[in-house]
Design a protein around this ligand. Structure first.
Ligand code: CUA
Length: 342
């Protein structure tokens, strides 16, 4: 109610929007009631205890009231804990994407947003998504810190170089929504805008189908991309040549052979010099020293750039680092390939 009042006509366009607004309203109402109460008390006391003509100069000495003070603090503490617990419960929901979520990779760079779908379709500054489907964004930056913010969805997440961060939501209304960068990232920061276009699932399927036909016919890889904003250099370094429209997993498979990963890591479950890559994604591995690690995007990134940071139990620290020899796009492609080896 208040959120609506304060945010004017901001649409509630995701599964999280009503949830965030409820907490926002609650905090606002509690603040408003306290504000009116405190100001009311001040005004009342100022009038009630104002100096009246004939009274002596000296004011009486008033002792504190420990019980009253303690109860005020206790009530405040209860409210703070309600805010905290409520926020924590909501935050946990926002941090745990459902396993069936549709993935899209997001790259932030000075000063535009690049998107890539699992099938290899790329676009700059426009993300088309189906309505009612959980979407998980796997995000990375090629330069400085950016932040991906969709007010209509009430979601925001920093996008960092050298690591992956995640964001998920279900878009629940057809329409076009603004994406802002909310971390100052250089002179083009304010122009680092994108649109999310939410369409009916059937329309989305058709849109992807058209692109897949184009892919088979070898047509332009930039189909679907929109104009880059003024001042944005280059844009996505779209791969050229016959792999221009390859999916990330296909590019990863090629790299796996080119970079010689296949000399030590099988993809069929057999153990060579290093552990097999088959079926590891999304599971836990046991490390030397007894600890366990979950194999996710950041685990694979670390294994490529700092291979001895987490050594799988029973293997020797022999893997060379690929830091500096693989760029972000190549690392993401290898992640996508390993993900596909289920
Ligand atoms: Cu990117 Cu501000």
């Amino acid at each position: 109610m208040l959120a609506l009042l304060l945010q004017l006509d901001l649409p509630t366009a995701s599964n999280f929007a009503p949830m965030v607004d409820r907490l926002y309203d609650f905090v606002n109402i509690v603040s408003l009631v306290s504000f009116v109460g405190i100001v009311g008390a001040i005004v009342y006391f100022v009038l009630r205890y104002r100096r009246k003509g004939k009274e002596p100069e000296e004011t009486p000495y008033i002792e504190g009231h420990p019980l009253l003070e303690a109860s005020v603090m206790f009530i405040l503490f209860i409210f703070v804990m309600i805010f905290f617990y409520w926020g924590w419960v909501d935050y946990k929901k926002m941090m745990h994407p459902p396993p069936n979520a549709m993935e899209v990779s997001v790259t932030g760079r000075q000063w535009l947003w690049s998107f890539e779908y699992v099938n290899g379709r790329r676009a700059d500054n426009e993300l088309v998504l189906p309505k009612g489907v959980p979407v998980k964004l796997v995000m990375n930056s090629t330069d400085v810190i950016h932040s991906f913010y969709v007010p209509a969805f009430r979601v925001k997440q920093d996008v960092l170089p050298g690591t992956y961060t995640f964001l998920w939501f279900v878009a629940e209304q057809v329409g076009t929504y603004d994406v802002f960068c909310t971390e100052f990232c250089g002179t083009g920061h304010s122009a680092m805008l994108a649109k999310i276009k939410v369409v009916e699932p059937e329309e989305y399927a058709k849109w992807q189908k058209t692109w897949e036909w184009e892919k088979q016919l070898g047509l332009a890889p930039t189909a679907g991309a929109v104009e880059k904003p003024a001042g944005a250099p280059g844009g996505a370094p779209a791969p050229a040549g016959p792999t221009a429209m390859a999916s990330p997993a296909e590019r990863g498979e090629k790299l796996y052979k080119e970079k010689g990963c296949n000399a030590c890591h099988s993809v069929d479950g057999s153990t060579l010099v290093g552990p097999s890559l088959k079926g590891i994604f999304g599971h836990e591995v046991e490390l030397e020293g007894g600890k366990k690690a979950a194999v996710d995007e950041n685990y694979i990134r670390e294994s490529l750039t700092d291979p001895n940071a987490k050594l799988v139990k029973g293997f020797q620290p022999m893997m060379p680092t690929f830091k500096g020899t693989l760029n972000d796009d190549e690392i993401s492609s290898l992640v996508a390939y390993i993900k596909s080896l289920q």
